[in-house]
Each structure stands twice: as structure tokens, then as C-alpha cells.
Write a protein of this length. Structure first.
Length: 397
């Protein structure tokens, strides 16, 4: 039986000059309404300690449209403007729920250019997508088919910093079915020399996508730095830099999709380490390499695909000393510098650092599923504490 999944399908398209102008105008109006509503809500909170709701900002939008200086808001579809107010409401909900920081104003130069249309603001017939206020359908490149009988509930049109246009269609995908259950379980240790090391002994090479284009990126960035601010030449140079970044991002995402799909198909239980990447990138010597490895994106992909296909992903406590613990005799080493890649335990067992860590992560993860969090039968450390709750003197790699 299929799983009810809301899934977004993203495609590129090439707009006509008229469509590009209309969409750019819509992006600008969306940004303007968002910033004005945020300013109004901030002012109400600072001066009167009053929380402004979505319905109140919607009434403000109606009043803004009737003023002379904001009459241009009537020229674009009203649905993307209402949707941006809903997104702002969601941002405040997360803020007051202590799940996010205070919403920030959007920038014309730095913020994402996008507009969201609901079913009342677009027409989708026979593979032709026509947003509101447009006479012709978008020239979408249908690189893969939508699920059979799919009816998009929302359509998001966006343009990235490299100038590429995308349309994302949110649909109900009933074709996703849980995979047949198996007994396979794997522990995964993330690293930089090798992107992933599996408890099976397999090591997945780190492709280092950013390093591959580093010379070209540096060259284009030097050229960009020499251009006069505000000039057309600077805008062209900025797009060249953005295209290189986009190429790196696309390659990285494609590689992670292949790896995570393979892991989810092969293994019933996948054990990873709960890494705090945002703290690890504060190490300026490793920040570029850690960002290029994209461990957070890897985990995100792994978790949602496992949920789709009936697999289990277990995250072991970040302080678990996976690298310093002997997987054969459970002896905890006092120190394990990053330059030590192979070490020999007092029991005589020689370990590859990463493979040993993957073995320990797998054992700890399986213990958690069987006995509960923090319990690890037959695996004790010299001081008698639970291995999953050990806090080493320094972060494990």
C-alpha cells in the first residue's frame, strides 16, 4: 500500500521577456509586502507588546493597495502576496515557539526570489502550466514525469542567483511504497578524508566538489572584485561567480541523492552520529571542507527517504566516543588525535579509526533500539558509565 507523501517536483523553464518581467515584478511585490508586514508586526510588539495576526496583516495589505504610492501591488496576482503573509506568520510561530530566531527583513540583492501560487492562481492542463496574470503557459522542461494523475496543490516559481528559472510543483505522490523489510543494519561514520565509512568496511570517497572548481571560482571572484559597484559589468561578473557556485551545489546534491537512495534501499537500520555541524564549522581550518562535505544535507536526505520507504535512522549521541572505543574489548583510549588514522589496542587488535568508529556507532544504535536510550549491554567503560553518555575531553571527528 502506498504512503501518503507530499512531494515537490522541481523543473527548469525558460520564460519569455514578458513572463520574466511579470515574474520579476511579482518577486519585488512579494518582498515589499513581507518587509512591510514584518515592520508593522515589529513596531506593534516593541511599542505596545501586541502580537499582530495573519488576518490583521491581510487587512493591512488591502489598505496598502488603496494608497497611491502602493497601488502597483494591484498589478500582480494577489495570491503570492497572501502567501508571503502566511509564511511570515509561520516564521513568527516558530520564533515564539523557540524553534527559530526572529524573522529578518528580505534583501533585494541577497534574498531568494520566489512567489508561491495556490490552486486558484494557476492553471495546469495537459502538461501546460499557466500562472495568474500570464497569457501563455511557461516553457517548462519536463525532465521527469509527474506521478500519474497528480494535481499540483501549490506552484512555486523562483529564480536563483545564477539567473536560472525554476518551478516547483507540490503534489500528492501515492507511488511511494515501503520497501520489503530486511535484517541489514549499517553504522556510518562521517569524515573528510572519506565522506562516509560504513561498518561493512566500505569507504565512500569524498568528491570534494568545491576544490574541483576552486581555481575557476577564485579567478572569477578576483574579476568581480575589480568591477565598479552598480555597473553592468559587475552584474555580469556576479552571475559568473553564481554559476560556479550553482554547478558545485548541483553536483554535491546529485551525489548525496545517489548515496542516500542506495543506503535506504539496501539497509533496514541506519545508524549515524548526531553531529553539530554549525559548531564544527567554527574551526576555520576545517570550515571549508566540512561545508563542502554537507553532512547536514546528507542526514536530512537520509531521514526523509527512510520515512518514505519504512526504514529506521538512529542518531547516536554526539558525545559518544566512537573513535576512542575499541570495538573488540570496549577499552576507552585516553586520547586519539585527528592525525592518528590507525591504532592498536592493548588487547592486540589493530583498528582503522573510521571503520572502528562505524562499528561502535552500529553497536550503540542497535543497543538503543533494543534496550532504550543510554543503555548498552555488555559494553562498559573503565569508569563504569554508559558508553553512549560518555563526554570526551574534545569533539570527536
Amino acid at each position: 500500500m502506498g504512503t501518503h507523501v507530499k512531494r515537490a517536483y522541481r523543473y527548469r523553464f525558460c520564460p519569455t521577456d514578458a513572463q520574466a518581467a511579470e515574474l520579476s515584478r511579482t518577486f519585488g511585490c512579494v518582498r515589499k509586502v513581507y518587509n512591510m508586514a514584518l515592520a508593522a508586526r515589529t513596531e506593534a510588539w516593541v511599542t505596545r507588546q501586541e502580537r499582530v495576526s495573519y488576518h490583521q496583516t491581510s487587512a493591512m495589505l488591502t489598505a496598502w493597495k488603496k494608497t497611491g504610492e502602493l497601488a502597483y501591488l494591484n498589478e500582480v496576482s494577489s495570491v503570492p502576496l497572501q502567501q508571503t503573509l502566511r509564511h511570515l506568520q509561520t516564521a513568527f510561530t516558530h520564533f515564539f515557539g523557540r524553534r527559530a530566531k526572529y524573522p529578518r527583513f528580505t534583501s533585494r540583492k541577497k534574498s531568494r526570489r520566489s512567489a508561491e501560487y495556490t490552486t486558484s492562481a494557476f492553471r495546469f492542463r495537459d502538461g501546460a502550466l499557466t500562472p495568474a496574470k500570464m497569457a501563455e503557459p511557461l516553457a517548462v522542461v519536463w525532465s521527469r514525469p509527474l506521478p500519474e494523475g497528480a494535481k499540483p496543490s501549490t506552484v512555486t516559481v523562483s529564480q536563483d542567483s545564477a539567473g536560472r528559472w525554476f518551478v516547483s510543483l507540490l503534489c500528492d505522490d501515492l507511488g511511494i511504497k515501503p520497501l520489503p523489510a530486511n535484517v541489514n543494519a549499517v553504522g556510518i561514520d562521517a569524515g573528510l578524508d572519506h565522506l562516509l565509512t560504513l561498518s561493512t568496511g566500505e569507504k565512500i570517497t569524498n568528491p570534494r566538489h568545491e576544490r574541483r572548481d576552486r581555481a575557476a571560482l577564485a579567478r572569477q571572484q578576483r574579476r568581480l572584485a575589480k568591477k565598479e559597484k552598480g555597473s553592468a559589468n559587475r552584474a555580469r561578473a556576479r552571475r559568473k561567480v553564481a554559476k560556479i557556485h550553482a554547478r558545485i551545489t548541483d553536483r554535491r546534491r546529485n551525489g548525496l541523492h545517489k548515496i542516500t537512495t542506495r543506503l535506504v534501499r539496501e539497509d533496514q537500520t541506519i545508524v549515524i552520529e548526531d553531529l553539530t555541524v554549525r559548531n564544527m564549522v567554527k574551526n576555520h581550518r576545517l570550515a571549508r571542507a566540512i561545508s563542502d562535505a554537507a553532512w547536514s544535507e546528507f542526514r536530512s536526505m537520509l531521514e526523509y527517504k527512510a520515512q518514505w520507504y519504512g526504514r529506521a535512522v538512529i542518531a547516536v549521541d554526539r558525545w559518544f566516543p566512537s573513535s576512542r572505543l575499541c570495538s573488540a574489548c570496549n577499552t576507552l583510549q585516553d586520547k586519539m588525535p585527528l592525525n592518528v588514522r590507525t591504532w592498536t589496542c592493548a588487547c592486540g587488535m589493530t583498528h582503522d579509526r573510521d571503520v572502528n568508529a562505524a562499528h561502535n556507532l552500529l553497536a550503540a544504535g542497535l543497543a538503543v533500539t533494543v534496550c532504550g536510550a543510554g543503555v548498552r549491554p555488555q559494553r562498559s567503560t573503565p569508569d563504569g558509565q554508559s558508553a553512549t553518555k560518555q563526554k570526551p575531553s574534545r569533539r570527536e571527528p
